[in-house]
Design a protein around this ligand. Sequence first.
Ligand SMILES: O=P(O)(O)OC[C@H]1O[C@@H](O)[C@H](O)[C@@H](O)[C@@H]1O
Length: 224
Amino acid sequence: MNLPPFAALFDMDGVLVDNTDFHINAWIQFAHHNGLTLTREQYVEHINGHVSADSMAYVFGHPLSPAELATRTEEKEQIYRDLYLPHRQPLTGLMDFLDAMRAEGIPMAVGTSAPVSNLGFTLDGLALRPYFATVVDASMVTHGKPDPEIYLKAAERLNMAPARCVVFEDAFAGIEAGLRAGMVVVALATTHTRAELATSGAALILDNFSGLTPASIQQLLPAE
Ligand SMILES: O=P(O)(O)OC[C@H]1O[C@@H](O)[C@H](O)[C@@H](O)[C@@H]1O
């Protein structure tokens, strides 16, 4: 195969791993510990895919100071990691797809709203990091998703034009970030249903990576 140059940018949570329920339960527990209430619906609408600074401001009703944000974020993420650890595994079909992409020499990056502490847990814990030329996380951007900054930075680091990038996302905030970056978006129906994603602007909706080939992704891009 001789694929024209393009790059693949992967969201982490809900895409490389199917962990949304664990984040939801962790946020609900965290809110409870802090004397607050949070529902699944509030999570899906206001927190899913957002950076912690924005999520914490939503949960507490005001922005947190940098020191408080760091402490609270680690408190919440420790609950999440404890809950998800016994279930931690790549999304179905991911490893075969990453192997096929790597064999074709297609550059890949991660663009995630997660804090650094969760990168080690997921990317190193599942031996995924070697597949990615670069990882852009919450600490590296001024504006979190749905702002396109995370994906534009990832494309820049891969030296690839945004129009030649395909973003894999599960969250509405992340899909919007990819589209605003001028990229093609593939949606994974891990957090939202196919019906909910139908009008999201995604070029393709998948349940997981099973059977996915580099050529089928390349076809989503305009011919060069
Ligand atoms: O989906 P992404 O961009 O990997 O985002 C990760 C973030 O996703 C949010 O939904 C979680 O509540 C955060 O705790 C997590 O860090």
